[in-house]
Write a protein that binds this ligand. Structure first.
Ligand SMILES: O=C(O)CCC(=O)C(=O)O
Length: 285
């Protein structure tokens, strides 16, 4: 089944997929466990986010990133593979002004998948440096149930939205995806030939079910590749497993307080986890 969809300029400016696109994309996400939306965002918005990313993390070399990742919690940098790091982004400047975390087109679609109480669960980026090897194949969280049946037949409980901040060629290395694996039996081993890989550009985004198997691909280019990750979830799910001892987003309280109530509502779980992480992990505690 097709998993790649073109977002029209009219849909982008309305902040909403058309009813027929919504139906096709929802069905493809249910069946494939991932969809790629081409041109979901304006490329100049993504360029603004890239500047925001660079001002926070762009100066780090891979050696500095490796050293930073070795520091004790709370630590905004997590090593997720060889020459590959997940960093917590501060929602400030470009990330705050653009309101990317509450993007209409993405959120209007995801509310249809995850329900009206949907919450943001994380706001991070993964940076792969030149020389990064293929990452281990994984899903984003352990299975909800160990019994054979239930996990596969359940609807999505969390969706990871990945937004490349540069055009990602095969040399730079995107993310390999095992389409349909969100419904596989726990014992089925993913084969390399079953992997789907596409080049994706600024403005595209991939929506991936939390159960879908995937792996960051090797970076054989000379430039570092940042991808923004926004995780949205049903209100009862929060991704604690990837955020042990570190916040899942970073935002100043004053900036949070200035958000419109419906946006605060979207962010409140992750923001309160950030407050708890900060309190519980104070070095003098
Ligand atoms: O680097 C990538 O393309 C994927 C990263 C990822 O899936 C992860 O770190 O969990």
């Amino acid at each position: 089944m097709n998993w790649i969809f073109e977002v029209s300029a009219a849909e982008r400016s309305a902040g909403q997929l058309s009813p027929s696109s919504t139906a096709s994309v929802s069905q493809a996400l249910r069946e494939n466990g991932a969809v790629l939306l081409r041109h979901a965002l304006a490329a100049d918005l993504v360029d603004t986010l890239k500047h925001g990313f660079d001002s926070q993390w762009g100066a780090f070399t891979s050696e500095q990133m490796r050293d930073q990742a070795r520091l004790p919690f709370p630590n905004p940098v997590l090593r997720v593979g060889e020459e590959r790091y997940e960093v917590i982004l501060k929602i400030k400047h470009a990330f705050l002004q653009s309101g990317i975390f509450a993007n209409d087109l993405i959120c209007n679609f995801l509310v249809g998948v995850l329900g009206p109480g949907m919450k943001l669960s994380g706001f991070t980026a993964v940076l792969s440096f030149p020389g990064a090897k293929q990452q281990h194949i994984h899903s984003d969280a352990p299975r909800l149930f160990n019994e054979a049946g239930p996990s596969a037949s359940l609807p999505s409980y969390a969706i990871n939205v990945s937004i490349p901040l540069i055009d990602v060629t095969n040399e730079i290395g995107g993310t390999g995806i095992w389409l349909g694996s969100h419904q596989w039996d726990a014992h089925r081993a993913p084969q390399p030939r079953e992997m789907t890989n596409v080049e994706f550009q600024r403005g595209d985004c991939i929506l991936m079910d939390y159960r879908t198997l995937h792996a960051g691909l090797p970076n054989v280019s000379t430039i570092a590749r940042p991808i923004l990750y926004m995780v949205y979830a049903r209100p009862w799910f929060f991704d604690d497993s990837n955020h042990v001892g570190r916040p899942s987003l970073d935002m100043d309280t004053r900036d949070f307080e200035r958000l419109a109530p419906h946006v605060q509502n979207l962010l409140v779980r992750a923001f309160s986890q950030r407050m708890r992480a900060q309190y519980l992990l104070r070095p003098d505690q």
